[in-house]
Structure formats: structure tokens, C-alpha cells
Design a protein around this ligand. Structure first.
Ligand code: OAD
Length: 234
């Protein structure tokens, strides 16, 4: 058995992290063209830093919820029983890791890292960044950017994701609207390979018709329920 999970912002919503496309989500309060594109960063880098500084600061105030913990428990149980587990996440928060998940592929980057456009170094980072912040590696000023995949950029870990999808025996999508590719296309790949697909979301997503099965409600309730059901079969 190889369970491949894809998570999105709905996974962390019960921890108090904003989703993007819900009525109170990040894209209702901020123009994604201004804060989540290379063009936006070129035009007003401090505005982009302010957006990610704010989201990075949120990480200090939130903790993993029952859904994060359930996936970490599932990964451990599968491993102990000789099965495989891969967790692909579009989330840039660190809540899966803090819950204890191990095999995480953060395809849209990580809020707790920054990268230097001058020297290429990737650095663990928990504080605000300004245009006056020096790169701790090469000392360049104004050269740091969030370690985030913006619209128009290539997601990370695509080779690992492809490999996982090739050996997956079940694909489960949790808390994502299914609007951003290539993540939104993974269910199609799973269907093409003939493996079962399940969506767990607050409500049917735009891709709901592509899944064999749907479980709808809060991730913090529905994910532990699904995990318990699956673990009973191990
Ligand atoms: P979205 O905000 O697009 O979708 C979040 C989904 O979670 C929606 O379908 C909600 O119905 C669902 N949801 C909300 N609260 C929930 C809860 N408590 N339990 C379960 N489900 C809940 O977020 P993503 O699909 O993750 O990329 O967005 C994908 C990408 O678009 C993000 O990674 C980000 C964004 O632009 C970049 O910034 C590059």
C-alpha cells in the first residue's frame, strides 16, 4: 500500500491559518498579482515581504490541529506495517512537520526559509525581512526573497511527486480548492492509473466530480475519522 496525500490551505484552517479563496481568505484581502508573482516582487518588494512577514509571524501563534496529528499517526502506522506514505503539501506553513510528519514534499515552498538572489543560499528564517536586511551568508543587502513558489514559477519536488504518483495505491486530497496546477492535476493522474481517489474538504471542491469519493466537513473532524477507519484495516 502507498497512500499519497495532497493537502491545501483547508488543512490548516482549523489551526487559524487563513485559506486563500474562502470569503475571508488571503486573496480577498490582498491582490495575488501584487504579492504572489515575480512581477509583483519586482515592482514592490517590500509589499511582498510585508505579506510574507505577516504570514510568517502567524506561525508563531498557531499549532497543528487534529488533522495534522492524524496524518502523522497514519504515516507512522503505515511504516510500521511495511506500507508507504507520501505527503504532498501546497501549504507553506510548518504545521505538518510540527505534528511529526516525515515524508513531506512542500511543493509551494516554505515560510520558514528565505533565499538570497545574490548567492543562492537557502536560510532558515523566522523574523521579518526588509529591504535593509543583509543576507547572513554573503552580506548582500536587499537580495533576500521569500522561499515561496509564486504564480508563474515551477513548483518544487516535481520529480519526487511524479515518482510517488507512479507507485501510489490511493490518492487523497485534503482541504484544497483544486484550482492551482499542477497540484490540481494529480487527481487526474491517479484516475488515469486506476487507483481510488478521495477528497476530504469542507465542501465539494471544483474538482469534486473527478474523485471516486468525497467526505465533507471540517478537516479536524473528518481527517481523524478517515485515518481511524483506514488504520483499523492494517
Ligand atoms: P484555497 O483557499 O484555494 O482552498 C482551500 C479549500 O479548503 C477550499 O476548498 C475550502 O472549502 C476548504 N476549507 C476551508 N476550511 C476548511 C476546513 N476547516 N476543513 C476542510 N476544508 C476547508 O487553498 P489551496 O487549494 O491550498 O499558492 O490553494 C492552492 C494554492 O493557491 C496555494 O498553495 C497558494 C494559493 O494561491 C500560492 O501562493 C502559489
Amino acid at each position: 500500500m502507498h497512500i499519497v496525500i495532497l493537502t491545501g490551505a483547508g488543512m490548516s484552517a482549523d489551526s487559524g491559518v487563513d485559506t486563500f479563496r474562502d470569503p475571508n481568505g488571503a486573496w480577498a484581502k490582498h491582490d495575488w498579482r501584487e504579492v504572489a508573482t515575480p512581477e509583483g516582487f519586482a515592482k514592490d518588494p517590500q509589499k511582498v515581504h510585508d505579506f510574507y512577514n505577516m504570514r510568517r509571524a502567524t506561525l508563531k501563534k498557531v499549532i497543528p490541529n487534529a488533522a495534522h496529528h492524524a496524518l502523522a499517526t497514519l504515516e507512522k502506522a503505515l511504516g510500521e506495517n511495511g506500507h508507504d506514505f507520501t505527503l504532498i503539501t501546497q501549504n507553506v506553513d510548518d504545521l505538518h512537520r510540527r505534528a511529526g510528519s516525515q515524508s513531506i514534499l512542500p511543493m509551494h515552498g516554505q515560510l520558514d526559509l528565505i533565499t538570497c538572489m545574490a548567492c543562492g543560499e537557502i536560510i532558515e528564517w523566522h523574523d521579518p525581512v526588509t529591504l535593509d536586511t543583509n543576507c547572513p551568508h554573503c552580506s548582500s543587502k536587499g537580495s533576500l526573497r521569500p522561499y515561496i513558489v509564486w504564480f508563474g514559477e515551477n513548483p518544487r519536488y516535481m520529480a519526487e511527486i511524479d515518482e510517488a504518483m507512479q507507485s501510489a495505491t490511493q490518492f487523497v486530497s485534503i482541504g484544497t480548492s483544486g484550482t492551482v496546477y499542477p497540484a490540481a492535476g494529480l487527481v487526474g493522474e491517479a484516475t488515469h492509473r486506476g487507483i481510488p481517489t478521495l477528497e476530504i474538504n469542507l465542501e465539494p471542491s471544483e474538482n469534486a466530480h473527478l474523485f471516486d469519493q468525497g467526505i465533507y466537513g471540517l478537516a479536524k473532524d473528518k481527517v481523524p475519522f478517515w485515518v481511524d477507519t483506514l488504520m483499523a484495516t492494517l
